[in-house]
Design a protein around this ligand. Sequence first.
Ligand SMILES: C[S@@+](CC[C@H](N)C(=O)[O-])C[C@H]1O[C@@H](n2cnc3c(N)ncnc32)[C@H](O)[C@@H]1O
Length: 229
Amino acid sequence: MVTGNQAEAPKAPTVPAVSGPDTAAGKFDAVAATYEHSVLQPLLYLPAQQRALRLAQRLMPHPRRILDVGCGTGRLLRQARQQHPAAMLIGIDPAWAMVATATTASPPELAIRHLRAAAERLPFAASVFDLVVATMALRHWNDTAAAITEIHRVLAPGGVFVVADLFPTYPRRSPPLTVLRRRSRDHGNPPAGLAAALATHGLPVVACQRMPWVCLPDVQIVAAQKGCR
Ligand SMILES: C[S@@+](CC[C@H](N)C(=O)[O-])C[C@H]1O[C@@H](n2cnc3c(N)ncnc32)[C@H](O)[C@@H]1O
């Protein structure tokens, strides 16, 4: 349990029924070893991480504690270390193989911790993180409302949640016209369902960007902020 003052490994695995071969996490166990060699890395995952980190940097320039929910192989946190040399960096993922790969890929001197846990049950005390990020992971969560409730709980007042993912914003027909339309506007509205879910759980949206890539739909990068009391 990570408290306001320290980080300790959880006493026991806290992953609820979101792992196993038939679950999203189980499927990611199977691809962990090759994940960073995917053709989608330079096209999708890496740019989405970079955009999410840039937006986070603008909204929360000096976070003391950062949590990556659905961290996969840990690439985002390795980049975040360059921006935030003194921050506590923790990644969680319910896929054992992802956690193992992230741990191996992150040199000890980076001091990044990876734990097996799911978004729906975060093994942390309340109000400890200044920044929570989730890139290309939300679409795999079993219970988005439960996960957002947990993210709100672990965020400190004023803390920022940045999520980057694919949302079905545009229809797939007429791709050339759609691409032109997407390139004509830099920012977009957040997906209505996500914005409503975030607001319902005390995380109103404060920024939204779109990242066109070679396929449809766009990646959207949405930031929400927990109110200060
Ligand atoms: C497409 S990968 C993205 C990994 C990484 N964030 C990135 O940007 O490359 C999706 C990740 O979400 C994780 N995941 C699946 N179910 C989850 C859950 N319930 N809570 C948190 N992460 C989950 C998967 O295990 C996988 O590592």
